[in-house]
Write a protein that binds this ligand. Structure first.
Ligand SMILES: NC(=O)c1ccc[n+]([C@@H]2O[C@H](COP(=O)([O-])OP(=O)(O)OC[C@H]3O[C@@H](n4cnc5c(N)ncnc54)[C@H](OP(=O)(O)O)[C@@H]3O)[C@@H](O)[C@H]2O)c1
Length: 506
């Protein structure tokens, strides 16, 4: 058996030789995220020893012109990387441009021929990773075209062919099922890597470590001790020119169906039998299937949808959603959504999970808060000067990545003054390292063939099964669309969702 080649990071095996084909290589995602991530992996010696990148797009360009474009992109979007220097030259000389439209059979035949030539030049052994950074309506066309010229199958025994599919994966349950069906016509499930970039974030991966590498939390992690869980994905930005795209989706599809539900499954899942991809994903799917399905009445009472309106904040005037470029007049697409979910299993029976996400809010953060039940009302809470708040565990996913525990402490002095205090773990401070971009980790795992940070087909469908009835009821006008001023905390209905039980957003 050949010895695996370990790289600078001694715990990581370097991926096998491979050609990476980037569809949509002139697009925003490639320029902003994928090429900086690949260059960063190259600098860390985490790319395969023998690797080539083929950029597939339709604009006419030579290899050299395209390489110049990428240099500009890395300078603009990853200014801390040494673009232009000798390392860059070593990286970029293995990047090639392939011009074709996505539905042109001849373009795929030419690609196939080119990959064979690159195998010979770079020693990439027929291993392929196809990355679909293209508009979602092109995902299945590319899978069909790859299959039509046999590129979905390995060119030799032992070679691997994988396909990475960007988000969004489907628009509702029916379209997600159809996309799964089309992909599985040509690729086996273990060849398909569905991106949810939140799963590449260190702090999201840390949820597993926090829960299962510490005795401290597991005993409390159930309905006996947890009062409720809050998950918030808040953004200060509005549409930034993406109004036409966003208006077809809305925040429930864009943020909650994928990112927020992925976080919820990691918080609620049972310990997996191993860290293998399917062991983790089996447990996540069980959580999704345990969530109580929404009836129209549940949607009316347990969900909130809202849209931002123009407002003045800090002397700046912010446009309302309907004034944003590309948004059709009278649109009812939600820019804020909140839902109350019940995970009906032994561990979580009776514990509400509140999930909210919105654009143009007063703060930008992604955070999970697990609030424990109050202590018995017999001692300190009877003191007039005591403020006994329930314990909370907050997992901050971005920005200020870290974990915080809120507990009660006695204030120094003769009186029994009880106040909340915070214990804080800060990622950057504790480890003294920059946190890598999620796409670095996802690209690396896809090259390594580790699917644990990618969504499985049944997982995506289970998430859509839950969300689609909400979308259907919203389409009937229930509950009514609320509004909130741009730059505010969000609509009043989101507070009311927690309010009757005396809870509040933290
Ligand atoms: N941008 C982000 O930050 C981001 C974040 C998360 C997920 N995503 C997902 O990533 C995917 C790509 O997004 P993007 O923002 O990069 O899109 P984009 O800027 O519009 O780029 C789309 C790319 O696809 C190519 N393309 C489109 N139609 C084509 C055709 N018929 N033939 C050949 N090439 C074609 C374009 O080539 P031309 O330049 O030649 O038109 C371009 O390279 C989408 O699924 C999106 O949802 C993007």
């Amino acid at each position: 058996m050949p010895k695996p080649s370990y790289c600078a990071n001694e715990y990581f095996q370097r991926p096998d030789p491979c050609v990476l084909v980037l569809f949509g290589a002139t697009g925003d995602l490639t320029r902003r995220k994928l090429i900086p991530a690949l260059f960063s992996l190259f600098l860390q010696k985490l790319l395969p020893h023998q690797a080539a990148i083929v950029a597939f797009a339709r604009k006419p360009k030579t290899d050299d012109e395209f390489r110049e474009d990428l240099l500009d992109a890395v300078r603009a979007f990853a200014p801390s990387l040494p673009a232009g220097g000798p390392e860059w030259q070593n990286f970029i000389r293995n990047v090639y441009y392939h011009r074709s439209t996505l539905d042109d059979a001849a373009g795929y035949q030419a690609l196939k021929q080119r990959l064979v030539e690159l195998d010979a030049r770079h020693g990439t052994n027929g291993n392929r990773l196809f990355y679909l950074a293209v508009p979602p309506d092109s995902f299945s066309v590319i899978a069909d075209q790859l299959a039509a010229c046999g590129m979905n199958k390995p060119v030799r025994d032992g070679a691997c062919v994988r396909i990475v599919v960007e988000k969004p994966f489907g628009f509702d349950l029916a379209s997600a099922r159809e996309l799964n069906r089309r992909l599985r016509m040509h690729f086996a499930e273990d060849q398909i890597y569905r991106i949810d970039h939140y799963l590449g974030k260190e702090t999201v991966q840390n949820i597993l470590v926090l829960r299962f590498a510490n005795r401290l939390f597991e005993l409390l992690w159930n309905h006996l001790y947890v009062d409720h869980v809050q998950i918030t994905v808040a953004e200060t930005l509005g549409m930034e020119g993406r109004g036409a795209y966003f208006d077809k989706a809305g925040v429930l599809r864009d943020m909650i169906q994928n990112h927020a539900l992925q976080i919820l499954t990691l918080i609620a899942m049972e310990p997996p039998v191993s860290l293998e991809a399917d062991a983790i994903r089996d447990e996540k799917v069980k959580v999704l299937r345990s969530i109580r399905p929404f009836t129209p009445a549940d949607v009316a009472q347990g969900t909130v949808r809202a849209q931002y309106t123009s407002a003045e904040t800090d002397g700046k005037s912010l446009p309302g959603y309907l004034e944003e470029e590309g948004v059709p007049a009278g649109s009812t697409t939600e820019t804020f959504a909140a839902v109350r979910l019940w995970v009906d299993n032994w561990r979580w029976a009776g514990v509400p999970f509140y999930v909210r996400s919105g654009k143009r809010l007063n703060d930008r953060f992604t955070k999970v808060v697990v609030q424990l039940r109050e202590v018995p009302d017999v001692l300190f809470s009877r003191l007039a000067c005591a403020e006994v708040e329930p314990n909370t565990l907050s997992i901050c996913i971005q920005p200020n990545e870290g974990v915080e525990i809120r507990m009660s402490a006695k204030e120094p002095g003769p009186a029994m003054l009880v106040s909340p205090v915070r214990m804080h773990f800060d990622y950057a401070e504790a480890f003294g390292k920059a946190i890598p971009d999620a796409y670095e980790r996802l690209l690396l795992n896809a090259l390594l063939g580790d699917a644990s940070l990618f969504a499985r087909g049944d997982e995506v469908e289970a998430a859509w099964s839950l969300i689609t009835p909400i979308l259907e009821t919203w389409a009937t006008g229930e509950p009514p669309l609320e509004t909130y001023p741009a730059g505010s905390r969000g609509p009043a209905g989101a507070d009311a969702l927690l309010g009757p039980a005396g809870r509040k957003w933290l």
